[in-house]
Design a protein around this ligand. Structure first.
Ligand SMILES: [Fe+2]
Length: 313
C-alpha cells in the first residue's frame, strides 16, 4: 500500500471512530444526563413575593426508563409552588402507569398540563434523516398508533392538575392569583385559541400561557391578549445541537435561536415585526427530558427540567 493511500485510510478510520464515539456518547451518555436548569423571569407586579414554577416536558417515556422516572420523582425535593407539564409524556402503549409514577410526588403540588401529539399517537419508525426536516415529529396519518390519552388525562387530573387544552382558568400560585390559558397541540392542529381568547384578567398577578409546540400563531395570539409569560416544549432544544452554535431545527415555525430557554416574544416577532416593541412577553421553551425511541440520541443539548423563579418586574 502506498503511503498516501495509507494516510487516507488512517484519516478515514479516525473520522469513523470519532463518529462512532459521538453516536455512542449521544445515545448512551448525554441522553440520560438529566439536568435541572434554572432561570429568573421578571413578570410579577412590583413588590411581589417570588414564586417558583417547575416545568417538565417531553418525557417520551418508555416503561423501562427507570432512571428517568426516579430523576423526575426526585424533583419534588425542590418543593415548587407550581408544576407545569408541557406535554409529550408517552412513547409506548403501556407508558401511562410509569408516567404517573414519575409525576406522583410532583402532584403533591398544584399544577397544570397540556397535551402534545405524542400523548395521543405512539412513535413510528422514521428515516433518521427526516430529523432535519420540519415534519419530523408529525405522525403520518396512516400509521398512527393510538395511545391511551384519556387514561393519561384522568391520571393527571386526579392529581389535581388543571387540563389546559383549549382552556382558560385562574389558579393560586403561592400568594398570587394567576390566570392560565392553554391550547391543545398546534403541531397536529388541535389548538383552538379562539374559544379561549380574550384580554388578560386585570385582577391577577400574571397571565401565563401554556402550549406544547410553540407555533407563532399561538404565541402571537397569547401575547396580543396580554400574556406575560408563555411556556412551551416540543423542540427538544433541537435535540442534536452544534456546540457553540445551537439548534438546527425546532420542528415547528419557531426560529432556532428560541429553540430552548428564555427569550422575548411579541405579535409578529417571527417575521413582520422584527424589532422588539416595549410590551413583550417572556417565552420559555423547555428542551425536555426525552427523545423518540427511534432517534434515541441527544447531543450538546442535555435533557432537562427547568425551575423558573418568577420575580417582580
Ligand atoms: Fe417531544
Amino acid at each position: 500500500m502506498t503511503s498516501p493511500t495509507r494516510t487516507a485510510l488512517t484519516a478515514l478510520a479516525g473520522v469513523a471512530a470519532t463518529g462512532v464515539a459521538g453516536v455512542a456518547y449521544a445515545g448512551l451518555v448525554e441522553r440520560n444526563w438529566f439536568a435541572l436548569r434554572e432561570a429568573t423571569v421578571p413578570v410579577l407586579p412590583p413588590g411581589s413575593e417570588p414564586v417558583r414554577v417547575l416545568q417538565v416536558s417531553d418525557l417520551h417515556l418508555m416503561p423501562n426508563q427507570r432512571r428517568k422516572i426516579e430523576w423526575v420523582r426526585g424533583l419534588a425535593s425542590l418543593a415548587p409552588d407550581f408544576v407545569v407539564n408541557s406535554g409529550d409524556n408517552l412513547a409506548h402503549l403501556h407508558a401511562v402507569p410509569p408516567l404517573l409514577r414519575a409525576m406522583e410526588p410532583l402532584m403533591d403540588f398544584p399544577g397544570a398540563f397540556v397535551l402534545g401529539s405524542n400523548d395521543r399517537f405512539g412513535p413510528v419508525p422514521k428515516n433518521p434523516a427526516r430529523y432535519l426536516t420540519r415534519n419530523y415529529a408529525r405522525p403520518p396519518k396512516d400509521d398512527r398508533i393510538d395511545l391511551p390519552v384519556d387514561e393519561l388525562v384522568d391520571g393527571l387530573s386526579a392529581g389535581g392538575w388543571a387540563d389546559l387544552d383549549n382552556v382558560r382558568t385562574t389558579v393560586e400560585i403561592g400568594p398570587h392569583r394567576v390566570e392560565l390559558v392553554g391550547v391543545d397541540d398546534p403541531h397536529i392542529e388541535r389548538d383552538r385559541y379562539a374559544v379561549v381568547s380574550g384580554p388578560a384578567a386585570d385582577d391577577v398577578a400574571l397571565t401565563m400561557g401554556l402550549v406544547h409546540a410553540p407555533y407563532q400563531r399561538v404565541l402571537d395570539a397569547m401575547t396580543a391578549d396580554g400574556a406575560g409569560l408563555i411556556l412551551a416544549g416540543h423542540t427538544h432544544g433541537g435535540q442534536l445541537a452544534v456546540p457553540f452554535y445551537g439548534a438546527l431545527v425546532t420542528n415547528c415555525d419557531l426560529d432556532t435561536r428560541r429553540a430552548k430557554g428564555l427569550s422575548r416574544w411579541w405579535p409578529g416577532a417571527g417575521g413582520n415585526v422584527p424589532t422588539q416593541p416595549e410590551q413583550t412577553a417572556y417565552l420559555h421553551v423547555s428542551a425536555g427530558l426525552g427523545t423518540s425511541p427511534y432517534a434515541p440520541v441527544r447531543f450538546a443539548c442535555r435533557p432537562e427540567a427547568t425551575l423558573l423563579t418568577l420575580v417582580s418586574r
